[in-house]
Design a binder for this molecule. Structure first.
Ligand SMILES: Cc1cc2nc3c(=O)[nH]c(=O)nc-3n(C[C@H](O)[C@H](O)[C@H](O)COP(=O)(O)OP(=O)(O)OC[C@H]3O[C@@H](n4cnc5c(N)ncnc54)[C@H](O)[C@@H]3O)c2cc1C
Length: 420
């Protein structure tokens, strides 16, 4: 059973987690495993589980559970574990602020404004979708332009079809999944249009959601105009050159009543900004050390709020670590401090965590800027890992063992992904 109300709103907790998606749930379980006793998981939605409830397609849990689950199945397994571990779950509640003393200000219909004290806090607020305004698509402002995730919520949770003839802008995973979902619902999906020369979703989604349903993917092409006064009537699309500038002389019109946007996610960091956490301009998430602690003492972060993940399994893995370290923080069993900074080099957009300790094993997550086949990930001179290919849409994760780091004597280790 999922509690929609806390048994008693206690004033003091060992660990409080802001955001009850897969990141928050895994962090709660991680904190319990390290001896934290009073743990509170807070979510602004009616139920914990985050984005997973609307992802009714399969493809979750392959790495973590070794079987293919749907989003709700994955969420349910974690929620059961959360409840078995006697972790308090407070839903329909928004975390508005956190003080430097780690006092959280909460707002909910049931409790009004409430304040709870935490010895450690984990930020797990996830991400939200980029909208039309973020990329300034020219044209009129009719209804029928919405993000792919919102369309997913309409179709999968509310039984409402957003339109009958759909154009999808952007080849992110949500757009690809919605191309298939809407086709199965009898909607005509006219095509997916991607401004970059490569797709932005996982390869398995390109194959299973577009190729298998004969939905065309137009690379190096974008929407340059949206027409319609009340409702979308058509869009104009045009190919772009190497500098991503549209060639309007080769533009063409497509009749449609709906435009879905799948143009990326932005970590939900209003709270992090409010409390002045140090943010990484590339990920838009907090800078974290190898224990997933942010620049504020005792405040940890994990999941999409730190950097956008394509697979929920990696969210869970990273978040258990954040939770364990939050638990270790309050019980005074903190690991030795980090002594190595990671510097993203050739073809590396970012690395998370931002620092490492030469005394422990780490998993370093990174994203590349451009695709390369037959390549090597190099950590300075100390570690080289050969990969068959890298692709911006697929996060790279590399295990770094302490025996490699022992051979490094500087303080900044450069990470490059280069052709072999
Ligand atoms: C449409 C879609 C399809 C996907 N498909 C797959 C797939 O097939 N396979 C796969 O492995 N992964 C998939 N993913 C990725 C995976 O679901 C995400 O990586 C994962 O959900 C991120 O977890 P999270 O907990 O960081 O964020 P979320 O799931 O977004 O959870 C964050 C939670 O925090 C809450 N919150 C935010 N701010 C506050 C606040 N101030 N106070 C209280 N609560 C707050 C939100 O309400 C939300 O419940 C998909 C993602 C999306 C969006």
């Amino acid at each position: 059973m999922i509690t929609d109300e806390i048994r008693h709103l206690a004033r003091a907790y060992d660990v409080v987690i802001s955001g009850g998606g897969p990141a928050g749930m895994a962090a709660a379980i991680g904190a319990r495993s390290q001896g934290a006793e009073k743990i509170l998981l807070i979510d602004r939605e009616r139920e914990a589980g985050g984005i997973l409830w609307q992802c009714i397609h399969h493809g979750f849990g392959l790495h973590h559970f070794g079987e293919e689950l749907t989003g709700p199945e994955y969420a349910q397994r974690y929620l059961e574990e959360v409840l078995e571990n006697d972790i308090d779950v407070l839903t329909d509640t928004y975390v508005c602020d956190i003080s430097p003393e780690r006092q959280l200000k909460l707002m909910s219909g049931r409790h009004g404004i409430a304040v709870v004290d935490a010895k450690a806090v984990v930020l797990a607020m996830g991400a939200r979708e980029r909208t039309r305004g973020a990329i300034r698509i020219p044209g009129e402002r009719p209804s029928g332009v919405l993000t792919a995730g919102l369309a997913q919520k309409f179709v999968n949770m509310m039984g409402y079809l957003p339109g009958r003839r759909v154009v999808i802008l952007g080849s992110g995973d949500i757009g690809l999944i919605m191309a298939r979902r809407l086709t199965l619902e009898g909607v005509e999906v006219k095509g997916v249009f991607e401004i970059m020369p490569h797709a932005n979703g996982l390869n398995r989604n390109i194959v299973q959601c577009l190729h298998d349903y004969d939905i065309p993917l137009h690379l190096s092409t974008t929407v340059v105009d949206i027409h319609g006064r009340q409702r979308v009537e058509k869009v104009t699309v045009a190919p772009v050159d190497g500098a991503l500038k549209p060639d309007l002389s080769r533009a063409w019109d497509i009749d449609c009543d709906t435009v879905l946007l799948s143009i990326g996610l932005i970590p939900e960091n209003e709270l992090s900004r409010k409390i002045d956490l140090r943010l990484d301009p590339v990920t838009s998430g907090p800078v974290v050390n190898s224990t997933m602690e942010t620049s504020m003492n005792g405040v940890f972060a994990c999941g999409n709020v730190v950097h956008i993940h394509d697979l929920v399994d990696f969210v869970s893995e990273e978040s258990v670590l954040a939770g364990r370290n939050a638990g270790a923080y309050i019980t005074g069993r903190r690991p030795p401090k980090d002594n190595i900074r990671l510097l993203p080099g050739d073809n590396v957009a970012y690395c998370v965590p931002h620092t490492l300790s030469s005394e422990r094993e780490h998993i370093v997550y990174m994203r590349v800027r451009k695709p390369i086949e037959k390549c090597s990930v190099r950590f300075g001179e100390v570690l080289e890992k050969k990969l068959r290919y890298v692709f911006p849409a697929e996060m790279v994760n590399i295990k770094v063992k302490p025996q490699f780091l022992e051979n490094f004597h500087g303080d900044a280790l450069r990470v490059d992904v280069v052709q072999r």
